[in-house]
Design a protein around this ligand. Structure first.
Ligand code: MG
Length: 218
């Protein structure tokens, strides 16, 4: 079992990689990939606990995303060999405090707070590379209390996985266990304490489910 969430050193999260999602938040379609980092302390493995809503935020959004697990170290990786650096996948949620993100955007501050809380990167576990035959045709879905909110296909990505690996590795070395979140399709929206969030990849046995609770202060 590849426990990338225990060994990986960074989570690189790509934003605005689905045109419909960029539009729903009123953002421009990017002309080159755009990304930020989430801390590995935000990992929440399926079955190990609930997603915690911070007390100071009232607008926490789900963003279902396909995660790419890096299998070996690489810098300046070219398009042709990019997939050799992939060991597998994960289903992930890039949980986002939308109200805090809006404040940060307005002040031209980084998104670290809005993206970085503990439990803000729920994951399904490791999906071996051979389980996904066609990376350009992966359907992701996400539901809240049984209602489908997001349904998208990786064929809608603006930058495909080799392009993301090429671009990110031109800036920072990718290392074994690192995770790339590839962006979310449209349909993002808020979740509240007491709700249940479920996500999956159509045709794969990777469904994950998380309860949502209000964080208790220590
Ligand atoms: Mg995202």
């Amino acid at each position: 079992m590849n426990k990338f969430w225990e060994t990986g050193r960074k989570i690189v999260a790509v934003g605005r990689n689905y045109a419909q999602h960029a539009k729903e938040l009123g953002n421009e379609i990017p002309s080159e990939p755009f990304f930020f980092l989430k801390p590995t302390s935000s990992y929440l493995l399926q079955g190990t606990g609930p997603i915690e809503i911070p007390l100071e935020s009232s607008d926490i959004h789900h963003e279902v995303e396909l995660g790419i697990v890096i299998g070996k170290k690489g810098r300046d990786i070219d398009l042709k060999s990019a997939m050799d650096y992939v060991s597998g996948y994960t289903l992930a949620l890039d949980m986002t405090s939308r109200d805090q993100q809006s404040i940060a955007k307005a002040k031209s501050l980084p998104w670290t707070v809005s993206k970085g809380y503990d439990t803000f990167c729920p994951i399904s576990g490791f999906i071996p590379k051979d389980k996904i035959k066609d990376l350009n045709n992966v359907e992701l879905w996400c539901s809240v209390d049984g209602q489908i909110k997001q349904k998208g296909n990786t064929n809608q990505m603006i930058f495909d996985v080799p392009h993301l690996i090429q671009y990110i590795s031109s800036i920072m070395t990718l290392e074994s266990g690192d995770l790339i979140l590839t962006g979310t399709p449209s349909g993002v929206g808020p979740v509240k304490p007491g709700q249940v969030i479920k996500c999956g990849i159509t045709g794969l046995d990777t469904d994950m489910q998380f309860d949502i609770i209000l964080r208790k202060r220590n």
